[in-house]
Structure formats: structure tokens, C-alpha cells
Design a binder for this molecule. Structure first.
Ligand code: HEM
Length: 157
């Protein structure tokens, strides 16, 4: 297997594990917690379960980013960023940047504490906000996957 095939395979496996996890959290875990737990317990319960996924998401984000930049460098794809035709290249970097900032900067520095403080004051609303945020992240991630697979196999939008 040449290095590009290896980078592409790692990229896709990382994206599957990462975005698949976001999909499970958004469509299965969060609705289940909403149904089964009282509003005051929801955020703390979600926090305890999600902590493990956060490490998985950090590792897969790192692998997806490294393999993605490696492919861009080896294929010399930088000129794609000058054209809106390759909107899915911009979308990949934007989604990656958003998750990277959230997982590595915002969450450890202040977001985690902010959500906990909010949850004490307004538990139901805070949990609803967490659900909306996950739905938004899942939607833009899936649109990006759609655009990237179609675009990199020659389909133009
Ligand atoms: C730093 C961020 C990223 C960079 C630089 C990057 C770069 C790339 C490159 C260069 C390709 C190959 C394009 C081609 O063959 O023409 C690719 C493919 C792909 N990327 Fe990314 N990517 C990044 C993040 C992401 C993210 C966040 C997602 C998902 C949300 C994603 C999903 C995909 C998919 C599904 C493919 C298509 C694989 C295939 O069908 O062969 N990438 N990416």
C-alpha cells in the first residue's frame, strides 16, 4: 500500500469513528438521557459518560487532521482552497477546526465549567442547549462527509 492510500484509509477510519460517535451521542444517548433522567441529573450524567468519548474524539480528530494535511501536501492540493468549487475542502478544514478548538481549547479551559454552572441554575434549558449544539455539529459534519466523498470521486455540486 502506498503512503497516499495509507493516509486516505487512516483519514476515513478516523472520520468514521469520530463522526459516528457524534452521531450516536446525538441521536441515541442524549434523547435517552432526556427520557430517563430528571432535568437536574441530566448534565452530570451525560458528562460522566461523555468524558471517555471526548478522549476518543481528541485522538481521532488528531489523526484525521494529520492525514488530511499530509494528503493535501503530497497531492499539492492547496490551490483547491482558492476555488468555491471545492467548498468541501473548506468544509473539512472548518469542521476540523471547530472540533479542535472545542475539544482542545474551549472545553478544558472554560466551556466545561460554564456548562456545569449553567446546569445548576437552569438544568432543563442547559441540556436542551447541549442537544441543539450536537445536532448542529452532526448536521455540518454529515454534509461535509457527503461533499467530501462525492467531490473527491469527481461529482460536482
Ligand atoms: C484538517 C482537516 C482536513 C483536511 C486537510 C482534509 C483533507 C482531505 C483530503 C486532501 C482528502 C482527499 C481528497 C481527494 O482525494 O481529492 C480528504 C478526503 C476526505 N475527507 Fe478530509 N480533511 C480534513 C478533515 C476532514 C473532516 C473533518 C471530515 C469529516 C467531517 C473529512 C472527511 C473526508 C472524507 C469523507 C473524504 C473522502 C474519502 C474518500 O472517499 O476517498 N475530512 N480529506
Amino acid at each position: 500500500m502506498d503512503d497516499l492510500a495509507l493516509a486516505r484509509s487512516l483519514h476515513v477510519v478516523a472520520v468514521v469513528l469520530w463522526i459516528g460517535g457524534v452521531g450516536f451521542v446525538t441521536t441515541v444517548l442524549l434523547p435517552a438521557i432526556r427520557r430517563l433522567k430528571a432535568p437536574e441529573e441530566r448534565v452530570a450524567f451525560f458528562d460522566a459518560i461523555e468524558r471517555r468519548f471526548a478522549w476518543q474524539a481528541r485522538a481521532t480528530t488528531l489523526i484525521a487532521g494529520l492525514s488530511g494535511f499530509y494528503m493535501s501536501w503530497r497531492f499539492d492540493l492547496w490551490s483547491r482552497f482558492d476555488s468555491l468549487h471545492f467548498w468541501w475542502m473548506h468544509a473539512m478544514v472548518a469542521v476540523w477546526l471547530l472540533f479542535t478548538l472545542m475539544l482542545f481549547v474551549a472545553e478544558p479551559l472554560f466551556l466545561h465549567r460554564w456548562f456545569q454552572a449553567q446546569a445548576e441554575r437552569r438544568p432543563a434549558e442547559t441540556f436542551a442547549l447541549i442537544e441543539r449544539l450536537h445536532r448542529f455539529l452532526l448536521t455540518i459534519s454529515l454534509l461535509t462527509v457527503l461533499g467530501a466523498v462525492a467531490g473527491s470521486h469527481g461529482f460536482g455540486f
